[in-house]
Design a protein around this ligand. Structure first.
Ligand code: ANZ
Length: 944
C-alpha cells in the first residue's frame, strides 16, 4: 500500500535540490531582497541536537516563503569552528585539531542536509578555513590601523592621528609609542588564569571556583601581555545604535546594562604628608583638576558625590598601583597575604552578591576627606575592582550596601547623610545608621548642603570641589576593553611581528604583516601538549615559523591566537561574497544584501557575540568597508527546548537510564526500551536529584540513575534528543513541523516525543487527502477532481492562505500549522477535492514540510520544484461566509429558515423573511402586529 514514507521521499528530494541547485543565491538581488541568517553552530563532536533545528526551521520557512513571494533570498550556513574541544582532543590524541573539526563539520552538514534546509551550500564557510581567516586577520589589521576620534565619534586611520608637539620632539620611537597607545588594537598586561600544576594558561570556561576543570588544581590570576580591543571607545555608539534595531526589548536591555553607562564624579582625596596639605590645596586651586592625580592624591569614581560627608573610609583594589605606598610596615605582611589571596579570585567571585561576607585589610594609612578635612582610613578589599572607575572608592556605608556590609564586618563608622522621605518605614533605623538606605532624599550631616535634594547636592558638591581643582564630572562604562588574545593553539594567529634587536630581544616596535602575505597560517606542532610556561602555545613552534626577516631586520611572530569570538564577528559579510580573494567584500554586493533582515539564534548570545560583531561592524563602517551602521536589523531569539517532560527518569531493571526517545509500549501496553527490555519510570522529586560522576542519581536511592526531565538538554542528564533518531522514526518533515508546532518560537518548551507522533499523523492525513492509500499502486485519491471549489471550499482555502501568509511574516508558525490542520480536516471530509485547491494548499505547507509537498506536487502532475512556485494570494471576497441560516419564528415558534448573506441589514432581513414562500403562506390573511428582527440571529413575527 502506498503509505507516506519519508525515509524514501526525503533523501530523493534532497538529491533533487542539490542536483538542480534549487537554492542557489543570485550574486545580486533582483527586486526585493531578504537576508535570512542563523547563528552558525559550533560543530561539536555530539552533532546537532533538537535545539538547533528550532531556529533553523524557522528561518528556513521564512526563506522559502520569501522566495515564493518573488524575493531574492540569501540563506546561508557555516561553522564557528575554532575552539577548545578540538584542541583538548588534540592534546589527548596528538591528532591535528583540523581533522577532528572537519569530521564534526561533515557530520553537522550531513544532519543539516537531512533536515531539508534550503541553504545555499555553495556559500558554506568555516571560520577555520584559511581563505576565511585570512580576512579575519585582515580586519584585525584594520583595527590595529585605527584610532578613535572622540570628538567626531569615529574611527580613523592611525596616520591621521594628531601627534602632540612634545611627542614629536621626542623622536620616532615616542611617536610610535603614542600611536600604539591610541590604536583600537593594543597590547597591555592583563590577568590570565595560570595553572602551575597543568603548566598552561586556561580559558575562563576551564576554571571552576578557582580550580582547573581538569584535575582540580589551583588556578592563579597572573598578568600576561595581551592584545586588547578598545571597544570602550565605541560605548556611546553601541548604546545609541540600539534605538533603531528591531530586537527583543530584553536583549537591548542586556546590552545597555552590559555597556553600563553611569554618570558621577571623580574626586581626589589627599593622601600626602599632612604637613603639606595646605600647599597641595592651593596648588590644586591654581592648576585645576588634572588628568593625573599625582602621588599625593587618591582618585575615586563615585556616582553619589552627594554622599561625600558620609565617606568614612576608603577602599582600593588589591591591584591598585598605590597599594605599596599606602602600606605601613606593621600592615605589610597582612597586605601581601591578602593581595596574593585575592589574585586567585575572579571578578565574578569578588563582586557577586551584596551581602556576601566581605574581606579586607587595613593599609595603615589615611586620606583626607575633601569636604570636611577628616582623616579616614584606607583599606584594601577585593570587592573593589581594579578595572572599573579608578580602582578606588570612597566608602559610604550608610548609603551603599557593599560598604555597609564591610563597615559592619570591620566595625567602621556609619554616618547617614541622606534623609529618606518622612513616610519611609525604616527611617528611624536609617537615621541611626542601623539600616542602609541607597535611594535619594534630602541631605543631612552635610554642612552647607543640608536640606538640599540628592540631585542638587550632587551638582553643588561636584561644582564646589571642581572650583578647588579636586573633582570633575565623569562618565563611566561597565564595558571593559575586550581582552582579545588567548594562549591556545586552535585559533587565528595574529598578523603581527615584533621587531628584535641584535641580541634577539624585542625592541617594542611592532609591524602588521603585509596584507598581501595573509593568511598567517598556524605552525605545525609535533604535539599539542602544554609547554609548561605561562605563555602562548604557539611559542612551541619551530624557528621557521616563529622568526621572520624583512629588510634585514629580524622579527618574532606574535604567538597569541584570537578568541573564538573573532571568527563569528563578521561571518555574515563573508556569505555575501564567499569567493572573494581580492578584498573583504565587493561593495556592490555588500550594499545590495546588507543589513541582515532576520537573524535568529539563542539568547545566550545576547551580549557578547552581538556586541562584538556590532563593534567590528562599526569600525568597518567608519573605515568605509561596509555601508550600514548596524549589521542585524531584526533579531529573534528562539526559546530553549527542554528535555522530555512526559515521563521522568526511565531506568531498566539494572538501574541504567533509558532515554525517553527509546521507550516504546509493547503489545500489552507495558513500557519497554527499543531492545524490548522492560523499563520503569521513576517519578522524581526535583530536590531528590544530584549529580554523580557522569550522570544524575536520586539522592534518596543513589543506585537509581535518572535521565530525562524537563531540564535543559544535556549529555550528563541523558535527556538529549538526537535528531537522527527522530528523523529515522518520523521523518524530517515531521521533525520540522513539530519544532514549529511546540509553541511560539520565543518560548521555552519541553520536548515530547508523542507530539512528534501527533504532527506525523497530520502529515499522514495530508498524504491520504491526495493519495489513495487503499490502492495497490501510487494513485491519486478518487476524491481529487478537476472541478472548481465550491463557495465553502473557497472560503476555507482563502482563509488558510491569509492566515499562513500573515503568520509566516509574523513568525507565528505554530498558529499557521494549526490553521493548515483545520484546512486538511475540512478537505478530508469533502467528497470532492478540487486539484487546484490541493495545489494551493501544498504551496502553503511547502516551507514547513518541503519534502512531502514536493512529492505530492509531482503526484498531482506538476513539474519542477514547488519551491519555485509563486506564493498564493487570497481574495478578500472569498473570505466571507457566503450565507447564513436565519430562523423565522411566528409567534415565537420556528416555522421557516432562510439563507441570507451575513451582512444584510435589519430592513433587508425583514423583507427577505416576508418574501419567503412558507412565511407568506402562514401570514396570509393575518395581521402582523409586531416584527422583531435581529440581523445575523432571527426574525420573529407576531401575527393575529
Ligand atoms: C560612593 C557611593 C555612595 C557610591 C553611595 C554608591 C552609593 P555604578 O553605578 O555601577 O557605576 N565603585 C566605583 N568604582 C568601583 C570599583 N572599581 N569597584 C567596585 N565598586 C566601585 O557604580 C558606581 C559606584 O560603585 C561608585 O559610587 C562607587 O561607590 C562604586 F551611596 O561611591 B559609589
Amino acid at each position: 500500500m502506498p503509505r507516506y514514507n519519508p525515509a524514501e521521499i526525503e533523501p530523493r528530494w534532497q538529491a533533487f535540490w542539490e542536483q538542480n541547485r534549487t537554492f542557489t543565491t543570485p550574486e545580486l538581488p533582483s527586486g526585493p531582497k531578504r537576508y535570512v541568517l542563523d547563528m552558525f553552530p559550533y560543530p561539536s563532536g555530539d552533532g546537532l541536537h533538537v535545539g538547533h533545528p528550532e531556529g533553523y526551521t524557522a528561518t528556513d520557512i521564512v526563506a522559502r516563503f520569501a522566495r515564493m513571494r518573488g524575493e531574492s533570498v540569501l540563506h546561508p550556513m557555516g561553522f564557528d569552528a575554532f575552539g577548545l574541544p578540538a584542541e583538548e582532543h588534540a592534546i589527548k590524541t596528538g591528532e591535528h585539531p583540523r581533522i577532528q573539526t572537519q569530521r564534526n563539520i561533515d557530520n553537522f552538514t550531513r544532519q543539516l542536509k537531512m533536515l531539508g534546509f534550503s541553504y545555499d551550500w555553495d556559500r558554506a564557510i568555516a571560520t577555520t578555513d584559511e581563505a576565511y581567516f585570512r580576512w579575519t586577520q585582515w580586519i584585525f589589521l584594520q583595527l590595529y590601523d585605527t584610532w578613535f576620534d572622540s570628538e567626531q565619534q569615529q574611527g580613523r586611520p592611525i596616520d591621521e592621528l594628531p601627534i602632540p608637539a612634545e611627542v614629536t620632539a621626542q623622536g620616532n620611537a615616542a611617536i610610535e609609542a603614542y600611536r600604539d597607545a591610541n590604536r583600537l588594537a593594543y597590547e597591555s598586561d592583563a590577568l590570565v588564569n595560570w595553572c602551575p600544576a597543568l603548566g598552561t594558561v586556561l580559558a575562563n570556561e576551564e576554571v571552576i571556583d578557582g580550580k582547573s576543570e581538569r584535575g582540580d588544581h589551583p588556578v592563579q590570576r597572573i598578568a600576561l601581555r595581551q592584545w586588547m580591543l578598545r571597544i570602550t571607545k565605541y560605548a556611546e555608539r553601541l548604546l545609541d545604535g540600539l534605538d533603531d534595531l528591531d530586537w527583543p526589548t530584553g536583549i537591548k536591555k542586556l546590552q545597555q546594562d552590559w555597556i553600563g553607562r553611569s554618570t558621577g564624579a571623580e574626586v581626589d582625596f589627599y593622601v600626602g604628608d599632612p604637613a603639606n596639605l595646605d600647599a597641595w590645596k592651593s596648588e590644586r586651586s591654581k592648576s585645576g583638576f588634572s588628568a593625573e592625580p599625582g602621588d599625593a592624591a587618591l582618585r575615586v569614581y563615585t556616582t553619589r558625590p552627594d554622599t561625600l560627608f558620609g565617606a568614612t573610609y576608603m577602599v582600593v583594589a588589591p591591584e591598585h598601583p598605590m597599594v605599596k605606598s599606602f602600606t605601613t610596615n606593621e600592615q605589610s605582611a597582612a597586605v601581601v597575604a591578602y593581595c596574593e589571596k585575592a589574585s586567585f579570585k575572579s571578578d565574578r567571585e569578588r563582586t557577586d552578591g551584596g551581602d556576601k561576607v566581605k574581606t579586607g585589610v587595613f593599609t595603615g594609612s589615611h586620606a583626607i576627606n575633601p569636604v570636611n578635612g577628616q582623616p579616614i582610613p584606607i583599606w584594601i578589599a577585593d570587592y573593589v575592582l581594579a578595572g572599573y572607575g579608578t580602582g578606588a572608592i570612597m566608602a559610604v556605608p550608610a548609603h551603599d550596601d557593599r560598604d555597609f556590609a564591610f563597615a559592619k564586618q570591620f566595625d567602621l563608622p556609619i554616618v547617614p547623610v541622606v534623609d529618606p522621605p518622612s513616610d519611609h518605614p525604616e527611617r528611624d533605623a536609617i537615621l541611626a545608621g542601623d539600616v542602609c538606605f541607597v535611594a535619594e532624599g534630602q541631605a543631612i550631616n552635610s554642612g552647607e548642603f543640608d536640606g538640599q535634594t540628592t540631585a542638587e547636592v550632587k551638582a553643588a558638591v561636584t561644582n564646589s570641589l571642581n572650583q578647588k581643582g579636586q573633582a570633575t564630572e565623569a562618565v563611566n562604562y561597565k564595558l571593559r576593553d575586550w581582552l582579545f588574545s588567548r594562549q591556545r593553539f586552535w585559533g587565528e594567529p595574529f598578523p603581527i611581528l615584533h621587531e628584535l634587536d641584535a641580541n634577539g630581544k624585542p625592541t617594542g616596535i611592532k609591524r602588521g604583516v603585509d596584507p598581501a602575505d595573509l593568511p598567517v597560517l598556524l605552525p605545525d606542532l609535533k604535539d599539542y601538549k602544554p609547554h609548561g610556561r605561562p605563555e602562548p602555545m604557539l611559542a612551541k613552534a619551530d624557528d621557521d615559523w616563529l622568526y621572520v626577516t624583512i629588510d634585514g631586520k629580524r622579527y618574532r611572530r606574535e604567538t597569541n591566537t584570537m578568541p573564538q569570538w573573532a571568527g563569528s564577528c563578521w561571518y555574515y559579510l563573508r556569505y555575501i561574497d564567499t569567493e572573494n580573494s581580492e578584498r573583504l567584500i565587493d561593495p556592490a554586493k555588500e550594499k545590495a544584501w546588507m543589513p541582515v533582515d532576520l537573524y535568529v539564534g539563542g539568547a545566550e548570545h545576547a551580549v557578547l557575540h552581538l556586541l562584538y560583531s556590532r563593534f567590528w561592524h562599526k569600525v568597518l563602517y567608519d573605515r568605509g568597508h561596509v555601508s550600514t551602521p548596524e549589521p542585524f536589523g531584526k533579531l529573534v531569539n528562539q526559546g530553549m527546548i527542554l528535555g522530555d517532560v512526559e515521563y521522568t527518569g526511565f531506568v531498566d531493571p539494572d538501574g541504567n537510564p533509558v532515554s525517553t526517545s527509546d521507550v516504546r509500549k509493547d503489545a500489552d501496553g507495558n513500557r519497554v526500551s527499543k531492545e524490548g527490555i522492560p523499563v520503569q519510570s521513576t517519578s522524581i522529586d526535583e530536590d531528590d536529584v544530584e549529580k554523580k560522576g557522569e550522570g544524575f542519581v536520586l539522592k534518596s536511592q543513589p543506585t537509581i540513575k535518572v535521565d530525562s526531565r524537563a531540564h535543559k538538554m544535556s549529555k550528563a542528564r541523558g535527556n538529549v534528543v538526537n535528531p537522527d533518531a527522530v528523523v529515522r522514526e518520523y521523518g524530517a518533515d515531521a521533525l520540522r513541523l513539530y519544532e514549529m508546532f511546540m509553541g511560539p518560537l520565543e518560548a521555552t518548551k519541553p520536548w515530547a516525543m508523542t507530539g512528534v507522533g501527533g504532527v506525523r499523523n497530520f502529515l499522514d492525513r495530508v498524504w491520504r487527502m491526495v493519495v489513495d492509500q487503499d490502492a495497490d499502486d501510487l494513485v491519486l485519491n478518487e476524491a481529487i477532481c478537476d472541478e472548481a471549489c465550491d463557495k465553502d471550499q473557497l472560503r476555507v482555502l482563502h482563509q488558510t492562505i491569509r492566515k499562513v501568509t500573515e503568520d509566516c511574516e509574523g513568525l507565528s508558525f505554530n498558529t499557521a500549522i494549526a490553521k493548515m490542520m483545520e484546512c486538511t480536516n475540512f478537505f478530508t471530509r469533502c467528497e470532492k477535492r478540487p486539484k487546484e485547491a490541493m495545489l494551493t494548499f501544498l504551496k502553503l505547507l511547502s516551507p514547513y514540510a518541503p519534502h512531502l509537498c514536493e512529492e505530492l506536487w509531482h503526484l498531482l502532475g506538476q513539474e519542477g520544484s514547488i519551491s519555485k512556485q509563486s506564493w498564493p494570494t487570497w481574495d478578500e471576497a472569498a473570505l466571507v461566509e457566503s450565507s447564513i441560516e436565519i430562523p423565522v419564528q411566528i409567534n415565537g415558534k420556528i416555522k421557516a429558515k432562510i439563507n441570507v448573506s451575513p451582512d444584510v441589514t435589519k430592513d433587508e432581513l425583514a423583507s427577505i423573511a416576508l418574501a419567503d414562500e412558507k412565511v407568506q403562506s402562514l401570514v396570509e390573511g393575518k395581521t402582523i402586529v409586531k416584527q422583531i428582527v435581529v440581523p445575523g440571529r432571527l426574525v420573529n413575527l407576531v401575527i393575529k
